[in-house]
Design a binder for this molecule. Structure first.
Ligand SMILES: Cc1cc2nc3c(=O)[nH]c(=O)nc-3n(C[C@H](O)[C@H](O)[C@H](O)COP(=O)(O)O)c2cc1C
Length: 165
């Protein structure tokens, strides 16, 4: 059974979640595709595809959206997991998630997760840093990764993977 993790990350948070997932999958056969370097990875040989992106100014990265739409038909023949990193929680986060991934894919996915977010100010440009300070306030108010959501995702993987072999 082959797995692919396809993601896009602006400042590194989604990439951090991908690293946690991949470390959990260490005993399995997987490949990671960063859409920054490869906009159209060939997923045909994979049985299981995990897709992750993040929200900036209310939207997921165009490359994530494009990947999902252009591979929708293929993805519907595979196991799919979807996750998003963002600072919003509750209904607003759910709304962002629903706008990020096509409905057919969301309905098909074995797991959809909101993993929380981070504000890695050292990776931001001048405008982003000021915007974040203005909108969120000081570092004590910065969002955090949602450890519980990540653990739930890993648990779901543990349950589903043996059944795929
Ligand atoms: C300029 C900027 C705009 C953002 N806009 C949103 C937003 O509209 N909604 C949201 O939930 N999170 C927003 N965020 C938070 C990011 O989604 C969060 O920092 C996430 O961890 C980024 O992940 P990445 O580093 O993998 O791209 C924003 C962050 C920045 C820096």
């Amino acid at each position: 059974m082959k797995m692919a993790i396809v993601f896009m990350s602006k400042h590194g948070t989604t990439e951090k979640v991908v690293k946690i997932i991949s470390e959990h999958l260490i005993h399995y056969n997987y490949e990671i595709f960063n859409l920054r370097n490869n906009k159209s990875p060939d997923i045909s040989k994979f049985d299981f595809v995990i897709i992750g992106g993040s929200i900036h100014a209310g939207k997921v990265q165009h490359s994530v959206k494009h990947f999902c739409i252009s591979n929708a038909e293929t993805l519907l023949t595979k196991k799919v997991g979807l996750f998003l990193c963002c600072m919003e929680t509750g209904d607003k986060a759910t709304q962002q998630f629903n706008n990020a991934f096509p409905a057919v894919l969301r309905q098909h996915a074995f797991y959809t997760g909101l993993m929380g977010g981070e504000c890695l100010t050292d990776k931001m440009n001048f405008f982003e840093r000021n915007l974040v300070k203005m909108v969120i306030g000081g570092p004590e108010k910065y969002p955090k990764l949602n450890g519980k959501a990540i653990s739930t995702f890993l648990k779901e993987l543990d349950e589903i993977i043996p059944n795929l072999n």
